[in-house]
Design a binder for this molecule. Structure first.
Ligand SMILES: [Zn+2]
Ligand SMILES: [Zn+2]
Length: 360
């Protein structure tokens, strides 16, 4: 039978409970493969889980293996598996349909699950990928070409961005042929991937962040042909002046910025919120002004989370396209690579870091 492997586990709800320990791997059953984990990206969700603010262990367990942004390599096939070979690279899909198989889940749109009883690897009720090896259903693996190996750990965050950008484009589908101008607030991995996706679709893009203009984040923004707006010393509305935006993606979750971005929408504009926030943050908002603008100018504010298989596949296609469009640029988003034994360093963020990755 399968041996044990090393994994990073936490006790959800308990502060700083993370540790490296042995977990069982098992043998692949029907429709399953055993995979080696090559890399796991770390994001704000992982930091929140390891600090005790989020996460849910699998049923009957106290500990949860963390990690949801994966790059895997198939190393053993279970019975009845076709179309997969050992050595094939893949990214694991994070969310799994709810047991009730609600209408969206039963048509593969588990990202829109209405019961809320979905499971998520490394987050909610299902062990994650920050482990040397695991057994996975091929139904929840997305194949990745070998050429993408250095950046494929970005497929999961890019799948989330792909959904948000598609939502924004769908919501503002006025049939206008004029160039569309997009605003992205926050130049973390989500904001930068959104900027690259908008740019690769030919939009004019402005990206605002509080890091200075010479920072690594600003360098990625300008390299993809977007305009960087330094808000370290200036409010966003002062920095952009009279410019208005047809689309906006808010990627910080910082309450004042959400409303500043809403106030910068053009007529028929759409703002999509992607930043997850915990706790409470009350601010003064001119609610009448916001309502007036939204009604009289047909504006939309929407939220977007997670992704379905089609978004993962589109993310793979985008990363392939970007390799020739902007050689090496996606790789600039990975600013730290750490071995499994140093996973704690990947969970600490300095202001100029973009994406930290644990390599196995
Ligand atoms: Zn993430
Ligand atoms: Zn569901």
């Amino acid at each position: 039978m399968g041996a044990d492997c090393m994994a990073v586990t936490v006790t959800p709800g308990e502060r700083d409970s993370s540790e490296l320990c042995q977990v069982p791997v098992g043998a692949p059953g029907r429709g399953q493969v055993r995979v080696k984990t090559l890399a796991v990206g770390v994001c704000g969700t992982d930091v929140e889980i390891t600090s005790g603010g989020y996460g849910q262990p699998p049923l009957g367990s106290k500990r949860l293996v963390i990690g949801h942004e994966s790059l895997l390599m198939v190393d053993a096939l279970g019975p009845g598996v076709s179309g997969w070979n050992t050595g094939q690279l893949a990214v694991g899909i994070v969310r799994r349909p709810c047991p009730e198989r609600c209408a969206p889940c039963s048509r593969g749109r588990w990202d829109l699950c209405v019961t809320g009883n979905y499971l998520e690897r490394g987050i909610k009720g299902l062990d994650g990928f920050m482990r040397e090896s695991l057994v996975e259903d091929v139904a929840f693996l997305v194949p990745v070409p070998t050429s993408l190996q250095p950046v494929a750990v970005l497929v999961e965050p890019l799948s989330v961005v792909t959904k948000a950008v598609e939502e924004a484009l769908r919501l503002r589908d006025t049939g206008a042929t004029a160039p569309i101008r997009a605003l992205v607030t926050g130049a973390g991995p989500i904001g930068l991937l959104a900027a690259m996706l908008f740019r690769s679709r030919g939009l004019e893009v402005w990206v605002a962040d509080r890091r200075p203009a010479g920072s690594p984040k600003a360098a990625v923004v300008t390299a993809c042909g977007a305009r960087y707006v330094d808000t370290s010393a200036t409010d966003l509305d002062d920095a952009v002046g009279d410019v208005r935006f047809d689309l906006a993606i808010e990627a910080t979750g910082f309450a004042p910025l959400i409303f500043q971005a809403a106030a910068l929408l053009a007529r028929d504009g759409a703002l999509v919120l992607t930043g997850v926030t915990s706790g409470h943050h009350s601010i003064d908002v001119d609610a009448n002004g916001l309502n007036r603008a939204m009604v009289l100018e047909n504006q939309i504010i929407a939220g977007s989370v997670n992704a379905c298989r089609a978004h993962y596949e589109a993310a793979v296609t985008s990363l392939e396209k970007w390799q020739s469009q902007w050689p090496g640029l996606a790789g600039q988003l990975i600013t730290g690579r750490f071995p499994l034994t140093h996973y704690r360093e990947a969970l600490v963020k300095d202001a100029d870091a973009i994406k930290s990755v644990v390599e196995l």
